[in-house]
Design a protein around this ligand. Structure first.
Ligand SMILES: [Zn+2]
Length: 851
């Protein structure tokens, strides 16, 4: 059927309810341009009666662009699943004709807020969590309204504003959920909360393709959806950024201001004290008119810079969070009347118009906010004893590159060093180290990236309490008390590798680079036999003596099924693709350490890995591993659904991974099967609560720390209403701890220092192993590096192990108390996980002799 014909049919169908829809969503809209189709006219169903597929939403926006000079739609990227990310711009025809000039004038007034005569730029964002679908439907209603309305108010908005819109921040997740809701929709609809329509299967639509929460990714920029969006954000630097969500079905509606005690303490407070309460009045008005119930101030924080409603705060704008009680499906019972999808959409739509209305009326306040932000930021920078940061490494260019890319994504100014410097007891070499001065316009973001100790007035955290990414990357860095002279400004950083020379004996590379495991896997996949050094060695190379540390990789030329020529071609390709320098060695008789034919040089088995996924498993932790292996190692991993475990042939895997989850679906037969597989030589890698599960289910002799047995003599008694604060403060929401890592253990291979940082956001406390060689990492005696920690947790952490290996039969279980792959950002600890995956089968139990 042609589209034209479809349109005729749909107009015929919808005309009778188009009026009902208009009066429900736009009761006071007045005259609308009849040329512009309403969403329901275009889609052929009433908004709220169906979940709109992303491709249909994109088509609708493109249709508005085609029909109206008020709208342009651009594609800003594509998702992993090849869905288009679009950004729409709404402004008057004459503004559209000089849009680049407006953008330039707007940006020119950035730091001063001197943009009185420039149209006000704001950005509306929707549906970052795919199964919170009301807001993308509201985005279409808002787009229709801005395109079709002929009211004076709308014309004023279009003349005096540039309204940017991302109607669907998470297209892959939204479609996952929309298909679920649509495929189970009944007629008449079923409101029973336990109906299949309302109980989405694992992993649910909240996440993106790799099961990541995109509403944490604004700061980390791991995914293309985020990177494309942040590029667009910095093109425009809006004054306002909105972020629309949903919450539990029995909740009402939430808008900012949020909890004042959890405003970010390094963001100038003018923003929180003025803009949020003022805009709150507009949202309250909008909800009062609809008779919708709402709350403010009692929940949600703006501490972490990675939310859609907080990122902008670090650039002098105001981010607004909306949370609508969810119908999750088309209608659902609540503690009051049934909640319909249309009702949830209407609140989000009303809030969208209220944002636009508030922004233009309060324009003077917004300009003042921006002026005040940059004034206060530069004053704080001037008063701070820290004048800059220097960071760098000689041993891992891949990590250095990704960290610099992250800084540049956030528009942080980075400079080369003019001379090598020593700071904080570290040597930073010119060429491999870089300088970030605090005297720069994006100082507040600089601080967020480097600072670990921020003082909070509240001990209840919605999420992490620290996020210093320099620790996540594990790069050596130092704070500087006086500024350095700036070298050339860095606009990109390219990894330099030396071409590989042909060898007739051995090729070798160190394990220190982030991409070393990628190189190992590509070599194995290409058919090469790869070995790893359990003891260091020193080689005389043509250009000098080189030390190869624990875990260095050797590839002997004549112990291969490949010809020397084929091997050389493979080695070359891998070196180029992984950006790893691979050395040619001509003799096995080493200048120091073990020789290349030593028994300490052992063959690495190619990982045949499987990860349990499905009901009960924490999707984000599983997704972090899937993403790591797919995107960074280019290695396949089987994602085995727990429901299929009993019929799987485990012999085809040498490594099985279990992330946090409850695993109640694994029955006695399943547990027996898994134990037998470990006993026969398998490597079981367990993370956080999966480690607890393995211990409690008798997979190992290793133990958890015993629970505190000291009970107060007189039972404690508190007021009922204090429970949230007292109990919430005990949670370990996410802090950074120092551990001592055994770098001679295969899991510690490739680390150049024993003291590393780990991220802990859980209550898994492992008892150090009875075998003195099996506690691979143990928390330092003074472990807290950054973030909030309840005193009761500190005592436990001091006594606990962070990584243990239990040798069981011919196999082994690896226990990670903390996730080494947190949010795709913990580059430093990823290596621990990858070592367990690649070298697990080489870990044997050292025998312990009694004295
Ligand atoms: Zn949400």
């Amino acid at each position: 059927m042609t589209r034209k014909f479809a349109f005729v049919i749909s107009v015929f169908h919808v005309v009778h309810f188009a009026f009902a829809q208009l009066s429900y969503f736009y009761p006071t809209a007045g005259s609308m341009n009849a040329v512009i189709p309403t969403p329901e006219q275009f889609l052929g169903y009433a908004i709220g009666s169906h979940h709109t597929r992303h491709d249909k939403l994109v088509e609708y926006f493109k249709e508005l662009d085609r029909l109206s000079d008020r709208v342009t739609v651009q594609v800003i990227g594509t998702t992993y699943e090849h869905r288009q990310q679009i950004a729409a711009t709404f402004t008057s025809t004459s503004n559209h004709s000089r849009i680049e000039e407006i953008r330039a004038n707007h940006l020119a007034g950035q730091n001063t807020g001197a943009t009185e005569s420039v149209p006000l730029v704001i950005h509306l964002g929707y549906n970052v969590h795919g199964n919170e679908p009301s807001s993308s439907e509201a985005a279409m209603l808002t787009a229709y309204y801005l395109t079709a309305s002929e009211s004076d108010e709308t014309l004023k908005w279009l003349n005096e504003m540039v309204i940017l819109m991302d109607p669907n921040i998470n297209p892959d997740g939204r479609d996952r959920h929309s298909n679920w809701a649509n495929m189970h929709k009944a007629s008449p609809p079923v409101a029973d909360p336990l109906d299949r329509e309302h109980t989405e299967v694992w992993p649910g639509g909240r996440f993106n393709h790799y099961w990541f929460d995109l509403n944490r990714d604004w700061f980390l920029g791991i995914h293309p959806e985020t990177r494309n969006r942040i590029r667009f954000f910095h093109l425009w630097r809006p004054y306002i950024q909105t972020d629309h969500h949903e919450m539990g079905s029995s909740s009402t509606f939430y808008f900012d201001p949020g909890k004042s005690s959890s405003n970010n303490p390094i963001v100038p407070e003018y923003l929180y004290n003025t803009i949020y309460p003022k805009f709150g009045e507009y949202y309250a008005d909008a909800m009062n008119q609809l008779g919708s119930m709402y709350f403010t101030k009692e929940a949600f924080d703006k501490l972490y810079p990675g939310y859609g409603s907080s990122y902008i705060n670090f650039y002098g704008g105001a981010g607004f969070l909306f949370e609508q009680g969810s119908s999750r499906g088309h209608v659902q019972e609540t503690t009051t009347i049934p909640l319909t999808f249309a009702f949830t959409i209407r609140n989000q739509f009303a809030a969208s118009l209220a944002t636009i209305r508030a922004s233009i009326v309060e324009k003077a306040q917004l300009l003042k906010m921006r002026r005040e932000f940059f004034r206060a930021a530069s004053e704080i920078a001037r008063k701070s004893p820290i004048k800059g940061y220097v960071f760098g490494t000689d041993t891992d260019q891949s990590r250095l590159k990704d960290f610099i890319d992250l800084l540049l994504m956030h528009h942080v100014d980075v400079y080369e060093l003019i001379n090598s410097v020593t700071a904080g007891g570290e040597r930073f070499e010119r060429g491999r180290s870089f300088y970030v001065p605090t005297d720069q316009s994006n100082y507040i973001m600089v601080r967020s990236l480097f600072e670990k100790d921020i003082t909070y007035t509240d001990s209840l955290f919605y999420d992490a309490s620290t996020w210093s990414v320099i620790h996540a990357f594990g790069l050596p860095f130092a704070e500087l008390r006086s500024p350095l002279q700036r070298g050339r400004q860095v606009t990109n950083y390219n990894v330099a590798t030396k071409p590989v020379e042909l060898s007739n004996y051995v090729y070798a590379f160190e394990l220190t680079d982030y991409k070393a495991h990628n190189a190992i896997y590509q070599l194995q996949k290409g058919g090469a036999i790869v070995q790893t050094a359990f003891r260091p060695f020193t080689v005389q190379l043509p250009d000098g003596v080189k030390n190869f540390g624990y875990g260095s990789i050797t590839v002997p030329v004549h112990l291969q099924r490949l010809s020397p020529d084929s091997l050389y071609r493979l080695i070359n390709n891998v070196s180029v693709n992984s950006n790893i320098t691979i050395h040619s060695i001509r003799t096995g008789y080493n200048a120091g350490g073990v020789d290349l034919g030593s028994t300490f040089i052992r063959t690495v088995k190619q990982p045949q890995a499987m990860m349990l996924v499905g009901q009960g498993v924490v999707p984000m932790e599983a997704g972090e591993i899937w993403h790591l292996l797919d995107q960074r190692i280019q290695m396949p991993i089987t994602k085995l659904d727990i429901l299929n475990f009993n019929r799987a042939d485990l012999n085809r895997y040498n490594t099985i991974i279990m992330v946090s989850g409850n695993y109640t679906l694994l029955d006695t037969v399943a547990k027996g099967k898994l134990k037998a597989w470990v006993q026969h030589g398998g490597t079981l890698i367990t993370i956080k609560t999966a480690a607890e599960w393995a211990i409690k289910n008798g997979f190992t002799k290793e133990k958890l720390l015993p629970a505190d047995t000291i009970k107060p003599k007189i039972p404690l008694r508190f007021d009922f209403d204090d429970a949230i604060n007292i109990e919430g403060a005990k949670a370990l929401g996410g802090s950074i701890f120092a551990v001592d890592l055994d770098t001679t253990h295969p899991i510690g291979f490739g680390f150049t220092r024993r003291r590393i940082s780990v991220y802990k956001n859980n209550q898994t406390f492992l008892q150090p192993s009875a075998n003195p060689y099996n506690t691979v990492a143990k928390y330092a005696s003074n472990p807290l590096i950054g973030g909030y920690l309840h005193p009761a947790s500190l005592k436990k952490i001091r006594n606990a192990g962070s990584i243990l290996v239990g040798n069981e039969g011919s196999g082994r279980v690896v226990f990670f108390a903390d996730s080494p792959n947190f949010r795709g950002t913990w580059y430093s600890t990823n290596k621990l996980f990858l070592n367990a995956l690649f070298f697990g089968s080489l870990i044997t139990v050292p025998s312990v002799n009694e004295y």
